[in-house]
Structure formats: C-alpha cells, structure tokens
Design a protein around this ligand. Structure first.
Ligand code: UT7
Length: 334
C-alpha cells in the first residue's frame, strides 16, 4: 500500500536551549600547563578559550539537564508532555545505564522513554535525523534531543595535541510536528570505519577492557591523529555539504546559514570556501567554547537563536570519530 491519501508530517525544531559551565580555560592558562602558545592555538584552531565543568562530582548529565531546563523555561514547556528524550554524547555518566534516562527523570519528563546516541562529533546531527523521523512517522509528538559532552573527563591535560581543542557544554532542541511548511528537509550521511583508530579512546570498551596495562599505558583518554582527521574532515564535510546544497537547489545566495560542527576554524573556513559562502553566512562560536563534540550544533543554534528568522534555509554539517559525517538541510520554523 502506498502513502497516497496519507498526510506526511514535517518535523520542525520549535525550541532551543543551552548551557556552558562558568569556569574558563584560556589559552594563557594552557600555556602554563603544556608546551604551547596562544598564537599557535588561535592560528591553528581559532580557539581562544573553552568552558570546563570543573566540579568532579558533576558529570555530563549535569550539562544536559541544564540545557534541557533552559529550553523548558524559555518554551514554557510542561515536561510531562515530552514523549522521548535522546542524548547524543561520547561521555555518558556511566557505561550501560543510559544518561538520557537519568536526564529525563531529572527534568520531570515522567511520561518519556529515553536513550543515548553515540556517533562522536556527528552524534547530534544523526540525532536530528532520528528525532525528525519519529515526528514524521506520527509516532511521537515531542522529542527532546540533547547534545552534551564533558570532554574534560576524557582529555589528558598533558597532551598538547588534544587538550587545547576540547571543552564542555550542552545544547538541546525540541522537535515537534511543524506548525507551518518549515522543518527537516533532507540529509546525506556517511560513515567509514576503516580509520577508526585515528580518533578514539582505546580502552574501556570490549576490545581493550580496563586492566592495569590499559591504565598504565594511558589508554583511557581521547587520542587523535590530528593531521589524518583534519584532512578527512576538510574533504568530506565540504563534499556532503556541497551535495546537500545541489540536491536542494541551494547556492551561496539562497542559503541563509551554514551550521558547521566546531572542530577547528580552519576546517570550517575550508568548507565555507568550497561552498563560496561569505563569512556572515557561517555560524561560529569555537573561539569561546572549543570543540564540545555533540554539543557544538545545538550551542550554535542557542547562541544565534535571536538572529534566525522563520523560513531561513540552514545547512548543518559535521565530521567525527568513527569516522562519521554528514550534512542536512532544515528550514527554520519560528
Ligand atoms: O571533531 C572532530 C575531530 N577533531 C578534529 O576535527 C580535529 C582535526 N585536527 C585538527 O584540528 C588539527 O590537526 C590540530 C589542531 C589537532 C593540529 O593542527 P595541525 O595544524 O594539523 O598541526 P600538526 O598536527 O600538523 O602539527 C604541527 C606541529 C607539530 O610539530 P612539528 O612536528 O612540525 O615539529 C606538532 O608537534 O605543531 C606541533 N603541535 C603544537 N605546537 C604547539 C601540536 N600541537 C601543538 C600545540 N602547541 N598545542
């Protein structure tokens, strides 16, 4: 049986929220911790400072709950009406027990079910597709999608190649059936696992379970082969973003904003250049937060919310560990 006669729902983002911790880790402070310089960090990454959740007893769920509560307050949303809570993260509070379930209980989403998604820096982008698909199917009416990471819990602050990049933060969006013709339009997602060792935490999973050796070797921190990731990210992010623009008849004039994962300003600049986009069409906040992994995209939406107008054409793009990457087109609904 076909879909004739059936109304296909469109999924829209109808609210956003965000949270970053108060503690600032500046380049100047990092200069005192590792052999680096403010000049090197700014010119190679575009980062000036990042936010750190410095309290040891506060995990990723703290960031996620704060972001969700910000959204709930702004939207005046009754949390008992939320059907599903999704948390995209690479730093769950615990293994096995979904962080999303704890977040849902903590924000009063008592009628919701909840689970985590992990696709590294592409987790929030893929999560938007999942949330949109649930709404389009008509199965659920309110899906709260959160991207949150306490990257400081997995960073080795003696490793200058990673500690300068990452920061902590959380962002949230609400997906609902679109109140107008705007919302989720198209997506083009890819993955390639052959290079997975280029960006990963080696131990603590089933391949290298925690042991004295894994602890002694320092295999529990995030590690990346920066150059490999950089090259791959530049070529693939610009490729998928270009494809999604072509498929949706978008060009440098008709696109309103590129919403790119904030991994490195040079990666974003190269993508924007390939798409021929002027600087004012590219949303950026990496200078103040660094790379917050699953939180970069919703934090951009939160920071630029007042600038976005109904009908604005956005293209999201991300690249992350796995490797996972993709681009998506969404029209802003409010
Ligand atoms: O979110 C998705 C995942 N992550 C990414 O997308 C990150 C992708 N990679 C990058 O952003 C960049 O590769 C980095 C920022 C990590 C590194 O920048 P780079 O321009 O690719 O530097 P490099 O790795 O090619 O290193 C150049 C030099 C090296 O020294 P030698 O071998 O030329 O003497 C490094 O040892 O810079 C050195 N270096 C540093 N110097 C000062 C590496 N890190 C630092 C540092 N401060 N923090």
């Amino acid at each position: 049986m076909g879909l004739e006669g059936k109304q296909v729902l469109k999924a829209a983002i109808t609210a956003v929220g965000g949270y970053t911790p108060d503690t600032i880790l500046s380049n100047q402070t990092l200069e005192k911790m590792v052999d680096t310089s403010d000049e090197w960090i700014q010119s190679r990454t575009g980062i000036k400072e990042r936010r750190i959740l410095s309290d040891d007893d506060k995990p990723t769920s703290y960031l996620a709950i704060k972001a969700a509560q910000d959204l709930i307050a702004k939207k005046k949303l009754d949390p008992t009406t939320i059907d599903l809570v999704l948390v995209a993260t690479v730093t769950p509070d615990l293994h096995v027990a979904a962080t999303a379930a704890y977040v849902a209980s903590s924000i009063g989403a008592t009628q919701a079910f909840a689970y985590d998604l992990n696709a590294a820096c592409s987790g929030f982008l893929y999560g938007m597709s999942t949330a949109a698909a649930y709404i389009c199917s008509g199965r659920y009416k309110k899906v709260l999608l959160i991207g949150a990471d306490k990257m400081s819990s997995i960073v080795d602050y003696t490793d200058r190649t990673t500690c300068i990049i990452f920061g902590d933060g959380g962002g949230a969006v609400l997906f609902e059936p679109s109140p107008n013709e705007y919302g989720w339009e198209d997506e083009y997602f890819r993955s390639d696992g052959t290079d997975r060792m280029s960006l990963r935490i080696k131990a603590g999973g089933s391949l290298f379970p925690t042991s004295q050796k894994t602890l002694d070797e320092g295999w529990h921190n995030i590690h990346q082969d920066g150059r490999t990731v950089f090259k791959y990210a530049v070529s693939e992010m610009s490729h998928v973003a270009e494809q999604i623009m072509l498929r949706n008849n978008l060009n440098e004039q008709t696109l309103d904003y590129l919403v790119p994962h904030q991994a490195n300003k040079r990666i974003v600049d190269a993508t924007a250049q390939r798409l021929n986009l002027k600087e004012e069409k590219v949303l950026m906040n990496i200078a103040y937060y660094g790379n917050t992994t699953a939180a970069t995209l919703p934090l951009l939406l939160n920071d630029y919310e007042t600038q976005l107008k109904q009908g604005d054409k956005l293209v999201f793009t991300a690249f992350g560990g796995g490797f996972t990457w993709g681009a998506a087109h969404l029209t802003w609904a409010y």
